[in-house]
Design a protein around this ligand. Sequence first.
Ligand code: TMP
Length: 218
Amino acid sequence: MSNGRFLVLEGVDGAGTTTHTKILVDALKADGIPLKSTREPSDGPIGVMLRQILTGRLVVPTMQGPRAPTWGTMALLFAADRLDHIDAEITPNLMEGVTVLSDRYDYSSVAYQSLTSDAGGASIEWVQELNRHARRPDLTIVLDVPPEVAKRRRGARHGAPDLYDDDALQVRLCTFYKTIEKYYPKDKIVHVNADRDQAVVAAEILKHVRDLGVGRGP
Ligand code: TMP
């Protein structure tokens, strides 16, 4: 039995990674592809803790009041969650011949933790080093949207803003994601303009996946 393929969707908050993960799952399932849909932060123990930090349920108590952990602690937690995710979910499924589709992966760490760090560009190298043993996806699809579109979509969500819901940061993330492949010269990364009709975007994503040999021929 051959290994399954490992696919990743990436982008800023509001780019549509979660929506398009669901649409892609439906399309591939209709093709009869054995598929595992997953996400990061994962649903494992460290991922659950990370989601509590992101939503402000878990904080660091300080003399000045509670605050979120620093970027370095976040980078370590995300890296630990990732290796646990790979170990517990990604690798076992791939070895069973199941295609794995992850909503976010280590590109998010390089983008979000480096842009929130106080160590400048040096933090990118360190974050990459933490993730050195993270297996590489067969295909990563980056959804690009202009910051104002992402902001509008985030605004339409219900619930409290999360840790990285900051307009200035999200603008910088949009720029960062546009050329993220320069930090991953060996990865197969494609960009899809996600500021278009949802069905058009979904069709382009599906085409990239089928070009890889997953599902019905092109
Ligand atoms: P999401 O559920 O909308 O994808 O939210 C997860 C948040 O966590 C999102 O703001 C991106 C952030 N994140 C990081 O900062 N680093 C990471 O490594 C990952 C996977 C996510």
